[in-house]
Design a protein around this ligand. Structure first.
Ligand SMILES: *[C@@H]1O[C@H](CO)[C@@H](O)[C@H](O)[C@H]1NC(C)=O
Ligand SMILES: *[C@@H]1O[C@H](CO)[C@@H](O)[C@H](O)[C@H]1NC(C)=O
Ligand SMILES: *[C@@H]1O[C@H](CO)[C@@H](O)[C@H](O)[C@H]1NC(C)=O
Ligand SMILES: *[C@@H]1O[C@H](CO)[C@@H](O)[C@H](O)[C@H]1NC(C)=O
Ligand SMILES: *[C@@H]1O[C@H](CO)[C@@H](O)[C@H](O)[C@H]1NC(C)=O
Ligand SMILES: *[C@@H]1O[C@H](CO)[C@@H](O)[C@H](O)[C@H]1NC(C)=O
Ligand SMILES: *[C@@H]1O[C@H](CO)[C@@H](O)[C@H](O)[C@H]1NC(C)=O
Ligand SMILES: *[C@@H]1O[C@H](CO)[C@@H](O)[C@H](O)[C@H]1NC(C)=O
Ligand SMILES: *[C@@H]1O[C@H](CO)[C@@H](O)[C@H](O)[C@H]1NC(C)=O
Ligand SMILES: *[C@@H]1O[C@H](CO)[C@@H](O)[C@H](O)[C@H]1NC(C)=O
Ligand SMILES: *[C@@H]1O[C@H](CO)[C@@H](O)[C@H](O)[C@H]1NC(C)=O
Length: 387
């Protein structure tokens, strides 16, 4: 297997680079690897002229999301400097987020190179709007955005034809998952809420991210069509609770044509309940009580794109109850924070004071449900800004 060999060579080069391999040699290996991807992709493209989404479309979709994430972190770290994070009680977090920002930019660069090498036109960055107002609401949105990234890569994986692309996408996916786990931990949620993550179709992902786009260079808006948006207006995200959820634009969805269902995607499981009068019940069976859960309106019971009439919106059924006290690492940062930040965002957020030093990153146990999820879900169900 040529591709695997190339990848192994690349991995080997990366792992020993700290000791011996000259950077020129690594650059050459990377070039060779990307060229290999390009050759294979051209072949696949020629042979699949009659099929739908080819690998280039999938990779460009991934690049669309990476541009968004890169700009999200870049802008936030411009808006909030290290002191802002320290003052909000998140001492030591700023440099870690700088690393996240660098990862996202590296993903942009990698996908751009791979697409160019394949003779395709990589999409460019767009202009975006992100609905955070302070450090805690930024961290709340970051948790959701990274979770969507994981779901997007997982959902796209099955559409990738070329196995070397699959490995490359997988190597990005695992890093997005670690970003998500870390941010969840910082926000006092369990870093790994369930044993399987939740794949989402490209149409579902486009539905969720569309409100973040304000304008795009010609040809760089998401090429894949989303669904009409959903608006969640209740905040009690427990199993068995009533979920108030309705299309943001009532006339965009025909709701008079037979029974509609709320469909809940959680891990690899699905749960359904009847939707009527703008509400449904969060199922007590089949879905996990933890983690980022995607809710659609469906003619189903099915979560297929074909059955979906609106959504998804995002709710998170996790309990904000993770409190880990770490041993002191003799940190050089002072971190005598005031702990005065309000915890994650709006809504029914907890009363916990934020951690005040590196050795005590999270505190303030709370059994209150995710405050920002409601806000984020509402935001994510916002007006579709793009044609
Ligand atoms: C998938 O890849 C294989 C081998 O690279 C190729 O023969 C096939 O035509 C490709 N199919 C599509 C739909 O691109
Ligand atoms: C951080 O930002 C605040 C407010 O924008 C500003 O007053 C302060 O000087 C900045 N601190 C540093 C170290 O740049
Ligand atoms: C992004 O916004 C800037 C400033 O408003 C504007 O000059 C630029 O044309 C926009 N870019 C795109 C691609 O729409
Ligand atoms: C949330 O819903 C559950 C299930 O219906 C109910 O037992 C609980 O009292 C509700 N909590 C709040 C705060 O309304
Ligand atoms: C709502 O949906 C209808 C039907 O698709 C459409 O004509 C209308 O422009 C939409 N309204 C808004 C504000 O997007
Ligand atoms: C749970 O799954 C079972 C088996 O597929 C199904 O019969 C049942 O209706 C499901 N319950 C809900 C609430 O979706
Ligand atoms: C859901 O709707 C169907 C069709 O209208 C009905 O037969 C069923 O009893 C409803 N189930 C519940 C739990 O309300
Ligand atoms: C947090 O709450 C969940 C759900 O109630 C529970 O399963 C879990 O054990 C709790 N975790 C901690 C660390 O208390
Ligand atoms: C860390 O340890 C060094 C060496 O023991 C000591 O000089 C320094 O003051 C310590 N720093 C902190 C922040 O405790
Ligand atoms: C961690 O924070 C809690 C609550 O503010 C405090 O009681 C505890 O002493 C702190 N632990 C350490 C190791 O600083
Ligand atoms: C969602 O519904 C609420 C209550 O009707 C409304 O205030 C809010 O503006 C809606 N959000 C969106 C994005 O339409």
């Amino acid at each position: 297997m040529l591709a695997s060999a190339a990848l192994l060579a690349l991995a080997g080069a990366a792992s020993v680079s700290a000791i011996a391999v000259p950077t020129g040699e690594i650059a050459r290996l990377k070039r060779d690897y990307i060229r290999t991807l390009g050759e294979r992709s051209k072949l696949a493209k020629r042979q699949s002229v009659t099929t739908g989404a080819d690998d280039v479309t999938v990779l460009n979709f991934a690049l669309t999301l990476e541009h968004l994430e890169a700009k999200f972190y870049h802008d936030a770290l411009q808006k909030f400097n290290q002191s802002a994070f320290d003052q909000a009680g998140y001492s030591g977090l700023y440099p870690v987020l700088q690393q996240v920002a660098k990862d996202e930019q590296a993903h942009v660069d990698f996908l751009t190179s791979a697409l160019s090498a394949a003779g395709a036109t990589p999409v460019q960055a767009c202009n975006y709007t992100f609905p955070y107002t302070d450090v805690p609401s930024f961290l709340g949105l970051s948790q959701v955005v990274e979770g969507v990234g994981v779901s997007a890569y997982l959902g796209a994986a099955g559409s990738i034809n070329d196995t070397s692309y699959l490995t490359a996408a997988g190597s990005i996916l695992t890093v997005e998952a670690r970003h998500n786990a870390f941010i969840r931990y910082v926000n006092a949620y369990t870093p790994f809420p369930q044993p399987e993550d939740t794949p989402q179709s490209a149409s579902n992902v486009v539905t969720i991210v569309t409100p973040f786009f304000t304008s795009c260079p010609s040809g760089s808006a998401p090429a894949i069509q989303g669904h009409p948006a959903l608006n969640v207006t209740s905040k009690n995200f427990t199993m068995g609770a009533e979920l108030k959820i309705a299309p943001t634009n009532a006339s965009a969805v025909n709701t008079n044509n037979g029974q509609l269902y709320c469909g809940f995607a959680s891990g690899l499981a699905a749960g359904f309940s009847n939707w009527s009068n703008g509400a449904c019940m969060i199922p007590t069976q089949n879905i996990s009580s933890m983690g980022q859960t995607y809710v659609v309106l469906t003619t189903g019971p099915s979560l297929d794109d074909k059955s979906t009439v609106a959504g998804p919106a995002i709710i998170d059924l996790s309990v904000q109850n993770v409190t880990v006290t770490l041993p002191s690492h003799n940190s050089t940062s002072s971190g005598s924070g005031s702990g005065s930040s309000s915890s994650s965002g709006s809504g029914s957020s907890g009363s916990g004071s934020a951690g005040s030093s590196n050795s005590n990153m999270t505190s303030g146990a709370s059994t209150v449900k995710m405050g920002f999820a409601g806000a984020a879900a509402a935001v994510l169900g916002a007006v579709v800004l793009m044609a």
